[in-house]
Design a protein around this ligand. Structure first.
Ligand code: TXA
Ligand code: MG
Length: 315
């Protein structure tokens, strides 16, 4: 299969929508990372996502829609969802809510869970594609399973070319880490730190969120510990470089091969994170050392991704 590059214009969006309607896979940019989209109502199309990514099938997917009204066709809504949608959608927040019986979605999307992860992305290309397609798009990050999430079209092509029908090139993703996932159960529960800081969610809700621990089986399923892994080994919280390591720096550090943010800005660091990991991955096998990253705001999402990059590998 040849992967068709599509431009972010009316012709490209129409072509992308028709590929989705035909059960094909289209990668498209969101403000967080590039997604690998399929029509969420078509089982075969959704199954092809798992196939293309080599993704374990127990890992459920996020559904993307163009606006808040469209989400209500698929999930049961509540007051917390109202507040959060008003404050943060479109944007880098995914809400997990009870799935409607009449959602019409493929059960593969939710891996048979009674809940659905859904979000309204802000990126103009994602918005235009979703409006043109006018249906629910299931989309994990557009990387082979276990690899670094893509933040530009070339990353998608490097990882998935020949395995998917098309990629809409919308340039670099601004946020650079995946959406924050919040379960709206009895208590609002942080399932994955991400592009929207926990503090902002707590301010909008006027209450603290519960944090699921890695060990908790109710944690967002499929959040495997080893993930986002470059080929080289990764050592965290490095204050000095040893044994030919390459330093991925943060803040004012000497001898960094690349720096996430020389100014110590967490937003800039998040936007650079996957770009820099990709660049280091492309540039050899020497071990990677990473400077300490403050564990607040977007720093939590960055540290979460870095811990996965550093975790012991399955293979
Ligand atoms: O920013 C993002 O969220 C990107 C862009 C493309 O939108 N998407 C993304 O999808 O990161 P993915 O598949 O790589 O991560 C989705 C996460 C998985 O860890 C999955 O386990 C969790 O969402 N998830 C999906 N449905 C869930 C559910 N019903 N309950 C709990 N967790 C769920
Ligand atoms: Mg992913």
């Amino acid at each position: 299969m040849d992967t068709e590059p599509l431009s972010p214009d009316a012709t490209g969006f129409a072509r992308a929508a028709s590929v989705l309607q035909g059960g094909g896979l289209v990668s498209f940019p969101t403000e967080t990372v590039y997604g690998l989209g399929a029509d969420a109502r078509q089982d075969k199309a959704v199954a092809r996502i798992f196939e293309a990514k080599n993704r374990p099938t127990f890992n459920p997917l996020i559904v993307h829609v163009a606006d808040v009204a469209a989400t209500k066709r698929y999930v049961h809504w509540n007051d917390m969802a109202d507040r959060l949608a008003a404050a943060f959608w479109p944007g880098p927040l995914t809400l997990v809510l009870p799935l409607r019986d009449d959602s019409g979605l493929s059960p593969l999307v939710t891996a048979n869970l009674p809940t659905l992860a859904i979000r309204v992305p802000e990126h103009p290309v994602a918005q235009a594609l979703l409006s043109t397609f006018d249906g629910p798009v299931a989309a994990p990050s557009a990387n082979p399973s276990g690899k670094i999430s893509p933040t530009r079209a070339q990353h998608v092509i490097n990882g998935l070319s020949g395995r998917i029908e098309a990629v809409v090139d919308g340039g670099d993703c601004g946020v650079g880490v995946e959406s924050t996932i919040l379960g709206l159960f009895d208590e609002p529960t942080l399932l994955r730190p991400g592009g929207l800081p926990q503090e902002a969610i707590e301010a909008a809700l006027g209450r603290p969120v519960v944090i699921r621990s890695e060990a908790d089986p109710l944690m967002a399923p499929g959040q495997m510990l080893s993930h986002y892994a470059p080929g080289a080994s990764v050592r965290l919280n490095a204050v000095e470089i040893v044994n030919g390591e390459r330093l991925l720096g943060f803040g004012k550090v000497d001898g960094a091969t690349l720096n996430l943010s020389a100014a110590g800005d967490l937003t800039e660091a998040a936007a650079n994170l996957f770009h820099h990991l990709h660049a280091l991955d492309a540039d050899g096998d020497a071990p990677i050392a990473v400077s300490p990253i403050p564990d607040h705001g977007l720093g939590r999402a960055i540290n979460d991704r870095l811990r996965r990059a550093a975790a012991p590998r399955d293979t």
